[in-house]
Design a protein around this ligand. Sequence first.
Ligand SMILES: [Zn+2]
Length: 376
Amino acid sequence: MQFAAIQDYAPLKRHLIHIAQSNQVPHAQLFWGPEGNVSLPLALAFITYLNCQNRLEEDACGQCASCLKMKKFVHPDVKFIFPTSATKQVIGKDVVSANFLKTWRTFLHEHPYGHDSDWSYYLNSENKQLSISKEEAREIIQAVSLKAFEGAYKVVLIWLPEYLHIAAANALLKIVEEPPPHTLFLLVSVYPEKILGTIRSRTQQIHIPAFTDKALSSILAQQCSLNQEQLAQITLLSDGNLNKALKLVENMTGDYFDYFKSWMRLCYAHDLTKLVAQAESFQEMSKAGQRNFLAYSLHMLREALVLYFIQAGLTRTTDAEQEFTQKLRKTLTHQQIKEWITWLNQAYYHIERHVNPRILYLDLSLRISHTFTALA
Ligand SMILES: [Zn+2]
C-alpha cells in the first residue's frame, strides 16, 4: 500500500511523510478514528514509506525490494498483530496472529477498510469472541528482541488494540514504553477509550477522521457504476464509512428512493392488490437488500421528522428526496412519523431474525395505509 492509493487526507499524508523524513519517528503511535476510514491503509502506507529503500518526496517508490514485500504484506520486519479466536483448525495456545497470516493477507487485499465483523467472517470463527491473547504478547516481545533485520525499522502493527486481553496489555507496557532501537509500535484503533490507559498514554495519538461525503462520493463514482441518484443515496447513508458504502453498493437492488416513493403512494391510495405485489418483490430481494431498504426508509422518515425542527437544506437528503420528505412532513404529524419509525425499527429487528419478509412488509404497509386513511 502506498500513499497514492489513498484518496484525500493530503494533510495527514504530508504529516506522516514529514515525520519519516525528520528521522524522529515516535516509537509508539496510535492511529484512531471511526470504522471504514483510512486508519489501516494509512498505517500500511506509512510503514511502506518508512522502509522504502528509494523514498521519493511524496511517496514510497513502490518498486524496491522492501516496497514489493510490503505490497504482499510479507515484509520480515513487519509483525502484524490482530484479534483472533479459536477455529476448527487452530485452538489453545496456537491461537495467535502468526497462525492466521495467510487469511490476514487476503483480508488486507480484499477489505483494507473492513471492520472486525468482516475479519471475524474471514477467520471463520463462528461468532466466538475475538481477542489478542497473553500468548501473543509473549510472541511480540520475542520478535522485537531479535537483532537482525533488513529494513530501516522493525514495526509491530497492532490492529484493534482494544481487543488486547488485560494480561497481554500489561505484559506489553514495558516494551511499548521503551522498545529496542529502530523498533516502532503502530496501533490502529476504532475505540481507543477501550485500550488500557497505561498503554494509550505511552503512544502519540493521531486522529484520523471519517471520509467527507465529497471524498466518499468521488471514490464510489470511480469504483462503482451508479447513477447520480444512487450515488447520492449511498453517500448519505454511509456517514463517511467506505466499508459500509461498498456493502450498500453490493446489495443495491435498484433505486431505493423510487421504491420508497411508490410504496408510500400505494399505502396512501390504499391499493391492496399492488401492495401485495410489492410485498412479493420485497421478499425476492436479498436479505441484505431488505435490510438496506428498511434502513433507507428509516433514514427518509427521520429526515421528515427533522424538518419539524430545522430548516430544509440542512438535512442529509438530495433535492428530490427533500421534496418528498417535505410532503410527508406536511401530511403527517410528528407523532405519526415517530410511530412509523418505531414500526420500521421493529421490522428491521425482525428481518434480522428471519421473520417471513412478505408478511412483515404487508403488515407494515397496512399499518401505514391505515394512518393515511385515518387522516382523510
Ligand atoms: Zn521502495
